[in-house]
Design a binder for this molecule. Structure first.
Ligand SMILES: Cc1cc2nc3c(=O)[nH]c(=O)nc-3n(C[C@H](O)[C@H](O)[C@H](O)COP(=O)(O)OP(=O)(O)OC[C@H]3O[C@@H](n4cnc5c(N)ncnc54)[C@H](O)[C@@H]3O)c2cc1C
Length: 604
């Protein structure tokens, strides 16, 4: 217990609420002078890292505390791979002050992760970068599998993916990092290159990180949060002392980016599971392909890079379609690991992306899963840091993401075993079962949902509440991205463009007893405006423009009837900044939503 008699969490909320008032100006409910003197009293008895005890907490005596507090950032992101860049962008969008460092002199130059899944594109739509990805990437509409004899044994049709983006987009990771880096720059944040984390210490109140600068000097940075997005050999994970338990498979793989002339369609991936080994073709567009092969000839099971001729001979031996390869680009040998940490957080430090989990590249999940980690954590961290939510919201990061990460490890291992099928008996089973399975809608729906990550939901999360049983998306589901119009702007938008910066409340009114029926939902709109206006925007959705006219309330029009098709009428949906539904209940039971808000948010 702190000296005030409150728990540390309560005290943190109380103190920072007062600072928030001071930061953002006078709140109508709080008298500024009273707030200042109350803040001073709490600071006096507080154990929190405020200006007066800054040097004691950080161990730094060389800095003027006032100056240090003025330039202090909220979070340090370590690693500017796709996960660190996504994390930094999401934190910025939520109003935090961030630094992002990377030990490498430049972004990845290799193609590495090429498959971008539908759920990641949905997240990119929320962040406002999806058009750049769609403009540059190549769309795959499915994958075709060929069995032992070289004939087709199965097909996965990405048209089944329940998303506005029913395909896998292929784009080299170097381009993904370029787009995300440019996005950060546009918002005023530059990656600090050749700058490596070399260690850190944390207390309950702060993290003191030591970094090596490009000129050889070292710097100590005091931050409230440290985000370890520093890849499979993570320094952050090492300092935290987290195990990275798992295994290295006794499998050897080759990878190569080439140009290929063949009769294979470019809008599908093609995977040959021959007795000699696997050969997969992933089109990148304009005749270029990512080739992956397992079981390479003995002389290629080393760090030596395969030549174009060696690739040609593997392709000739394993593909049932003739092809001429040329213009070999990045090519490498690799082994597959499947490993995961036992915890994603210790105190004020988190690990995400490859720093937390690595697995087979089968199904193209690694980068996608890491980006979802970042997306899940950023808004929670921002709300807690800005003292709009209670600190225990952060516990839900591990509760929501660890089951997803475990399942990615299991699923990628299963898929890898199935497609490599080294034993003849396994190949026969695969070649006989897949044609039957892939002919069914159930298989297509389940498999495409899994691959595209659109099957991810947090229904059993401790921080979502579902109070409505019938149709429509549940609390914990990703909010379907539908098109609506904004009357005052005269244009159509997707709901996703409203997410990202704060929570959003939707309520589709029924016209049967309009406008009287709206009286049931009105109190929640008023409550949000009065007490949660900085973190929640409430939208009334109307079936048509004829029924407009609720002064002071943001209105959207269900111009194409898509909202009514996907969501229920007269139900309140509270959507989180990451696009998942936090709570839903009937408008008539809006007190359930009120107690939800009371439980997780700090009212103004
Ligand atoms: C062959 C192959 C194919 C793949 N294909 C796919 C795919 O199609 N789809 C997919 O989703 N995933 C794929 N993956 C996985 C994907 O590449 C990774 O999951 C992804 O790169 C992880 O991103 P990250 O940001 O967590 O880590 P990284 O990309 O490894 O980035 C970590 C960053 O941290 C920096 N760093 C490290 N230590 C420090 C330090 N001490 N201080 C400061 N900076 C530091 C590094 O320089 C690096 O820039 C593939 C992987 C491989 C090997």
């Amino acid at each position: 217990m702190a000296k005030t008699g409150l728990t540390l969490a309560d005290e943190q909320v109380a103190v920072a609420s007062l600072w928030r008032v001071l930061d953002f100006g006078t709140h109508p409910l709080v008298n500024r002078a009273a707030a200042q003197s109350a803040a001073a009293r709490v600071v006096e008895s507080s154990s929190l890292p405020l200006v007066s005890n800054y040097s004691k907490l950080t161990g730094r005596r060389d800095t003027n505390p006032q100056e240090a507090m003025a330039t202090k950032v909220d979070a340090l992101v370590v690693g500017a791979g796709p996960v660190g860049l996504s994390m930094a962008a999401a934190l910025l969008a939520q109003g935090l002050r961030v630094r992002i460092i990377d030990s490498a002199p430049d972004r990845a130059q290799e193609s590495r992760a090429i498959g971008i899944q539908a759920r990641t594109l949905e997240v990119f739509e929320i962040s406002g970068v999806v058009d750049q990805f769609l403009g540059l990437g190549h769309r795959l509409n499915g994958v075709t599998l060929y069995g032992e004899t070289g004939s087709e044994i199965g097909h996965l049709d990405f048209g089944y993916i329940p998303s506005r983006f029913p395909f896998i987009l292929t784009l080299p990771q170097s381009e993904t990092e370029r787009i995300l880096g440019d996005h950060l720059r546009k918002h005023g944040l530059e990656v600090e290159r050749q700058t490596a984390l070399i260690g850190f210490e944390q207390s309950d109140l702060t993290v003191l990180a030591k970094i090596a600068l490009p000129d050889g000097r070292q710097e100590e940075i005091s931050v409230d949060w440290l985000l370890g997005c520093d890849g499979a050999r993570s320094k952050v994970r090492e300092v935290l002392g987290l195990q990275f338990a798992g295994k290295t498979f006794d499998l050897h793989f080759l990878l190569g980016d080439v140009h290929a002339e063949s009769a294979l369609s470019e809008d599908h991936a093609h995977v040959f599971g021959r007795p000699e080994g696997l050969l997969a073709f992933f089109p990148l567009g304009k005749g270029r392909y990512r080739l992956v092969a397992d079981n390479p000839p003995e002389q290629l099971r080393t760090e030596k890079k395969p030549t174009l001729n060696e690739w040609q001979s593997i392709a000739d031996g394993r593909s049932s379609v003739s092809m001429k390869l040329s213009d070999l680009g990045w090519t490498t040998y690799f082994r597959v690991n499947s490993r995961m940490v036992e915890k994603l957080r210790r105190g004020r430090v988190f690990v995400l992306g490859d720093a937390a989990h690595i697995h087979s590249p089968a199904l193209a999940q690694g980068m996608n899963t890491g980006i979802q980690d970042a997306w899940n954590l950023a808004w929670k961290l921002a709300l807690v840091q800005r003292c709009f939510a209670r600190p225990d919201l952060l516990d839900s990061f591990e509760r929501e993401r660890m089951p997803v990460e475990h399942s990615v490890l299991r699923m990628t291992e299963f898929t890898q075993n199935m497609i490599t099928a080294e034993k003849r008996s396994n190949r026969l089973l695969r070649d006989n079962l897949l044609p039957i399975l892939s002919g069914t809608g159930v298989f297509q729906r389940t498999a495409t949902k899994t691959v595209s990550e659109t099957g991810i939901e947090y229904r059993s999360s401790p921080v979502v509440e579902d109070h409505y049983a019938p149709d429509g998306p549940h609390a914990g589901d990703f909010a379907p991205g539908v098109i609506v119009s904004r009357p005052e702007k005269n244009g159509k938008i997707t709901l996703a463009t409203l997410f990202g910066q704060g929570h959003v409340l939707f309520y589709l009114a029924s016209l049967e007893n309009w406008p009287d029926g709206f009286q049931t939902a009105k109190p929640i709109f008023e409550l949000i405006q009065k007490h949660y206006g900085r973190v929640i925007t409430a939208y009334l959705i109307l079936p048509n423009e004829a029924s407009l006219g609720q002064p002071g309330i943001d209105v959207l029009v269900d111009i194409e009837g898509q909202f009514a098709q996907h969501y229920a009428t007269s139900v309140l949906y509270l959507v989180r900044p990451d696009g998942y539904i936090a709570c839903r209940c009937l408008a008539a039971k809006h007190n359930l939503l009120e107690s939800y808000l009371d439980k997780y948010f700090v009212p103004l």
